[in-house]
Design a protein around this ligand. Structure first.
Ligand code: ZN
Length: 528
C-alpha cells in the first residue's frame, strides 16, 4: 500500500506569517522547560529535548518539565488563534515519538477549520502515513497526531498523550475536558486551548482565570481582539468589515465575536453593570486618583468613617468577607478576604488585622441571619454581627439598585476576586428538567462568597442609594449638556419613574427591609 497524504497537506508552509505579539508570546511560553539536571529554565531547540545549558539530552517531559502545562488563547472571530494553535502543534510534532490529539467541539468545526489549519502546515516529506478512517497522521519521526471531535465527551478518553490542542474549546462540554485531562497526566502532557469566548464559560474559569487572575503556576493565557490580528491592521477592507459589524450587531454579540470579550448572553445578574464601577488606573488618572474622588484621604481611610463588613461563612466553601466604606458618593468596596477551612475565630482575627479594623469605631458587621454559630462566636470576642435577611431576590435588588444608581464602587487592585465573582454571578438555568419554568429564579451556588457578602451588607445597611446624587462621568455630562430641553425633560421623567420603582421595591414595610431585624433580633437572640 502506497503512502497516503492527508488533505491539504503542506499547502500553507510557505505562507508568510505576520507578526502577532500574542501568538509569539504563546509559542515562547510553550517552549519553556526546566532542566532538572542543571536546574536551568531553558527554551530548547525546536524538535529536540536537549538542554542548551548542560547539554543533557532528555527523553521525556518528566526530567525536562514544562513551565506551562496550559496555554490558552481567547480571541474573537478571525483573530488567527487557530493558526497559533496549529503552529504550536506542528512544532511539538517535530520532536520524535510524540502523541498529540487535536480536538474540536463538533466534527464540522474539526473537519472544516481545525484539521486543515494544522495539515496545511505539515510538510509532505514529514508524512509516513495518513489514515483517513481514524483521522490519524503518522510522521516519519514516529510522532502521531489524532483528530477527535468532542461532541460526545466520552470520546475524549485517550492514553499517554504528550499534548492536546482543543480548538473552540468554549463550545466543547466541560465534561469532555474532565474525561480528557487524565490522559495528559502520565506523560506530563500539555493542553493548548484556543477559543472564541462563549461568555463566562468553563474555559474562562479553567484556563483564563487561573492564569490571569489567580496566577496559578503552570497556566498561561492571553486575550486579544480581532483587530489585533496583523491581517486586519494591514487591510482596510478587513477593518471595514469589523467596523460594519460593530454598527450592525448587538453590542454584546460584537464584544464576544470581535473583541474577544466575555459576555453573558443569558442569566447574568450584575454583569457589565460592574465594569463602569471599578476604580482603576486609566488614561486620565491613576487608581489612587480614581479612589480619591470618593475617599479623598485614600489610602489612609479616616478612622471616623462608617465601615461595613459583610461575612459569608459556610462549611463547604471558603469564608468570604468584604470591607465597604460609606462615602457621600456611595459605597466603596475597598477590600476582600477569601480563605478556606479555619475556625471562625481565626477568620475574625485575620480579617481584623488585614482590614486594620482596630482603627475604626463605627463598624457594622453583617452576615446571613441563619449563621447563628458565627454570630455567637464573634460576639464572644466583642464583635456584634447583624443578622441580615436572607431573601435572595430582595438582596440582589438592593445591590442592583446601588449599582444602577452608579453608587457602588470597587477598588480594582484591592478586590479582584470580588469583581470577578460579581461579574460571573448568574441565575441558574430557569427551566427544570421536565421543561417547566421555575417559579422563582435560583442562583448558581458557586463562587458566590463575595456577592453574598455584598448582599448582606446592603440588607443590613439601612440606607438607599441617593437617586438625586447620580454622578455623571465627564462623557455622560458632555452628552447631557448637548441634549435639547425636551430630551432632558424626558430623561428626568424616566428617572423620576425609576426612583418611584426603586422606592417601591425597597419599602420600609417590606418584610425584607432589615432595620427592625438588625437592632431588635440580634441582641435578643444572643443574650436571652
Ligand atoms: Zn540542563
Amino acid at each position: 500500500m502506497g503512502r497516503r497524504l492527508p488533505p491539504g497537506c503542506g499547502l500553507d508552509i510557505h505562507k508568510p506569517l505576520l507578526h502577532n505579539p500574542y501568538f509569539l508570546a504563546m509559542q515562547d511560553a510553550r517552549r519553556l522547560r526546566k532542566c532538572l539536571v542543571c536546574k536551568s529554565i531553558v527554551s530548547p531547540k525546536s524538535g529536540e529535548l536537549q538542554c542548551p545549558v548542560c547539554w543533557k539530552t532528555h527523553t521525556n517531559n518528566t526530567s525536562f518539565p514544562r513551565l506551562f502545562k496550559s496555554l490558552h488563547l481567547r480571541a474573537g472571530r478571525r483573530s488567527g488563534k487557530s493558526l497559533a494553535g496549529s503552529h504550536g502543534v506542528r512544532e511539538e510534532l517535530s520532536t520524535p515519538g510524540q502523541l498529540w490529539w487535536v480536538c474540536g467541539p463538533t466534527f464540522k468545526i474539526l473537519h472544516d477549520a481545525t484539521m486543515p489549519a494544522l495539515l496545511r502546515l505539515i510538510p509532505v516529506d514529514w508524512v509516513e502515513q495518513w489514515n483517513q478512517d481514524n483521522l490519524e497522521l503518522t510522521l516519519r519521526n514516529r510522532s502521531v497526531v489524532q483528530f477527535r471531535s468532542l461532541d460526545d465527551p466520552e470520546r475524549g478518553r485517550g492514553q499517554g498523550l504528550n499534548g492536546v490542542w482543543i480548538d473552540e474549546a468554549a463550545f466543547c462540554a466541560e465534561r469532555a475536558w474532565h474525561v480528557l485531562s487524565p490522559s495528559l497526566a502520565e506523560n506530563a502532557g500539555i493542553a493548548i486551548t484556543t477559543t472564541s469566548p462563549g461568555g463566562f464559560d468553563w474555559t474562562y474559569k479553567t484556563f483564563y482565570k487561573r492564569a490571569v487572575t489567580d496566577k496559578v503556576p503552570g497556566y498561561w493565557a492571553a486575550k486579544y481582539k480581532t483587530l489585533d490580528n496583523p491581517l486586519f491592521q494591514q487591510s482596510a477592507v478587513l477593518r471595514r468589515e469589523v467596523e460594519e459589524a460593530r454598527l450592525t450587531m448587538p453590542p454584546d454579540v460584537f464584544a464576544a465575536e470581535y473583541e474577544g470579550d466575555d459576555v453573558n448572553f443569558t442569566g447574568v445578574i450584575y454583569g457589565q453593570a460592574i465594569d463602569s464601577q471599578v476604580l482603576e488606573a486609566s488614561r486620565d488618572q491613576t487608581e489612587e486618583e480614581a479612589v480619591r474622588k470618593h475617599i479623598p484621604e485614600w489610602p489612609h481611610i479616616d478612622s471616623t468613617r462608617k465601615i461595613l463588613i459583610g461575612l459569608d461563612s459556610g462549611a463547604d466553601h471558603p469564608f468570604g468577607a468584604n470591607m465597604v466604606v460609606v462615602t457621600p458618593t456611595g459605597l466603596v468596596v475597598v477590600d476582600e478576604y477569601l480563605e478556606r477551612r479555619q475556625a471562625h475565630v481565626t477568620h475574625l482575627s485575620t480579617i481584623q488585622t488585614r482590614f486594620q479594623l482596630n482603627r475604626f469605631s463605627n463598624i457594622l458587621w453583617a452576615a446571613n441571619k441563619n449563621e447563628a454559630q458565627l454570630r455567637i462566636e464573634f460576639a464572644l470576642r466583642g464583635v456584634m454581627v447583624a443578622p441580615a435577611e436572607n431573601k435572595h431576590m430582595v438582596g440582589i435588588q438592593r445591590v442592583q439598585s446601588w449599582l444602577h444608581a452608579k453608587q457602588m464602587y470597587f477598588v480594582g487592585s484591592k478586590c479582584p476576586k470580588t469583581i470577578e465573582q460579581m461579574r460571573t454571578y448568574r441565575y441558574a438555568d430557569n427551566y427544570q428538567t421536565d421543561g417547566q419554568k421555575r417559579d422563582t429564579e435560583t442562583v448558581f451556588k458557586r463562587d458566590d462568597e463575595h456577592p453574598d457578602c455584598l448582599r448582606y451588607i446592603c440588607m443590613a445597611f439601612p440606607e438607599l442609594p441617593s437617586i438625586d446624587a447620580i454622578t455623571m462621568s465627564d462623557r455622560e455630562q458632555a452628552r447631557w449638556n448637548s441634549l435639547d430641553e425636551q430630551s432632558k425633560l424626558d430623561i428626568e421623567r424616566i428617572r423620576a419613574y425609576n426612583k418611584q420603582q426603586l422606592e417601591r421595591d425597597l419599602d420600609v414595610n417590606d418584610p425584607g427591609y432589615p432595620v427592625g431585624d438588625m437592632y431588635g433580633g440580634m441582641v435578643s437572640s444572643l443574650f436571652d
